[in-house]
Design a protein around this ligand. Structure first.
Ligand code: DHB
Ligand code: FE
Length: 279
């Protein structure tokens, strides 16, 4: 049987990829953010995942405003990284796990989620940067990938309650997966940030702390705000917290926080990194 070894959450600001490329992680601007990662590396070396189930949002590579699935699941043998225009270096391809993808898809449809299945899917900075932060400089990614997309871009967005239920359905699939795999669940994006409009640059540490404080012990607390309240509290792109909420659902009922790093700003974002163990 598969084992869920834990969950890793991190922001996915494209400029992080630029900092890695330039090798400036120890400069004063970047150091407080990158200081959150030695613990992640230690933990990954300990729990040794073989598959990553990643909740993230597409930023325009696969879906644009003309066609936007609420939830989509990758079911490819391989995923290529592409750049939506940030000028980031391209990372090596990601090996898929189509067997697990289809097992998750079956469970989600059984649980009445009307998803889009993607047998081809590009991955953008929302996935490549969390991977490069977790496994810097490796020749080959040490895990196979199942990417899940949640619409955090084109309203109407799914509610936090729905995102948590989506993650919990994925958990049922992971808990019944017969292959001998060690699964790490990953949620990317957030925390509070707004890139556009009058409030561009908006961040909200109070709401970020509320999310981080409840993520392990009481994720349902994060569903008390509707999506418009989340946009008000977290910013138009801070609503990427939906990815974290879904990933928390996929981890399972109990969880224990083992690591947290929070620093702002990184570009326009209040950047956070967390690790949770299943409990
Ligand atoms: C930034 C943050 C994001 O989540 C993103 O997808 C793009 C840019 C930023 O803060 O620059
Ligand atoms: Fe983003």
């Amino acid at each position: 049987m598969a084992e869920i070894v834990g969950a890793y959450f991190t922001s996915h600001v494209p400029a992080i990829g630029g900092a890695i490329h330039k090798g400036i992680q120890q400069e004063p601007y970047w150091k407080p953010f990158f200081d959150g990662f030695p613990k992640v590396h230690e933990w990954l070396a300990e729990v040794k995942p073989t598959v990553a189930v990643v909740f993230n949002n597409d930023h325009g590579l696969n879906f644009f405003l003309d066609k936007m699935p609420t939830f989509a699941v990758g079911a490819a043998h391989e995923y290529q990284n592409a750049d939506e225009g940030w000028g980031l270096p391209l990372y090596k391809p990601f090996k898929g796990d189509p067997g697990l993808s289809w097992h998750i898809i079956e469970q989600l449809v059984d649980d009445e989620f009307d998803i889009t299945t993607c047998q081809t899917m590009l991955v953008d900075h929302a996935l490549s940067i969390p991977f490069e932060l977790a496994w810097p400089g490796v020749d080959e990614w040490p895990v196979k990938l199942v990417p899940l997309h949640i619409n955090t871009v084109q309203h109407p967005l799914p509610s936090a309650k729905r995102a948590l239920a989506f993650g919990r359905s994925v958990h049922r699939a992971l808990a019944s997966w017969g292959a001998d795999e060690r699964i790490v669940v990953i949620g990317t994006g957030g925390l509070s940030h707004q890139l556009d409009g009058e409030r561009a640059g908006f961040m909200n540490s109070d709401y970020d702390r509320f999310c981080m404080d409840h993520l392990a012990s009481d994720p349902d607390a994060l569903t008390k705000h509707d999506v418009h309240e989340i946009v008000r509290l977290a910013g138009t792109q801070g609503v990427e917290i939906l990815n974290w909420i879904a990933a928390r659902g996929a981890l399972g009922a109990g969880a224990r926080e083992i690591h947290r790093n929070y620093h702002l700003p990184i570009s326009n974002t209040a950047a956070a990194t967390m690790l949770l163990d299943p409990a």
